[in-house]
Unconditional design. Structure first.
Length: 86
């Protein structure tokens, strides 16, 4: 955890358009709810907790990866469309 204000400041310093979060649920939702007014990113894309120490193989892992990739692409396309409208 550490100092959450410092984490938010570090994220904002890079001026991101999109934040991809791997915080587990419900920690991710709680963090976003409590700090959304302090963040400058336009899109928060949460994929839940992803274990880094394990490699996942198999049909289900590939399917999950494809679904997440598709959701991210859709979010990015919607963001691009909104930017073009402005």
């Amino acid at each position: 955890m550490g100092d959450l204000e410092a984490v938010i400041n570090d994220m904002n310093a890079t001026t991101p358009d999109v934040i991809i979060s791997v915080l587990p649920s419900p920690m991710q939702e709680q963090f976003l709810y409590e700090h959304r007014d302090k963040m400058n990113a336009n899109i928060w894309y949460g994929i839940g907790g992803v274990p880094v120490h394990k490699k996942k193989h198999g049909v289900l892992a590939r399917l999950k990866s494809i679904i997440h990739r598709g959701k991210l692409v859709n979010s990015m396309n919607k963001y691009d469309e909104k930017e073009e409208e402005l």
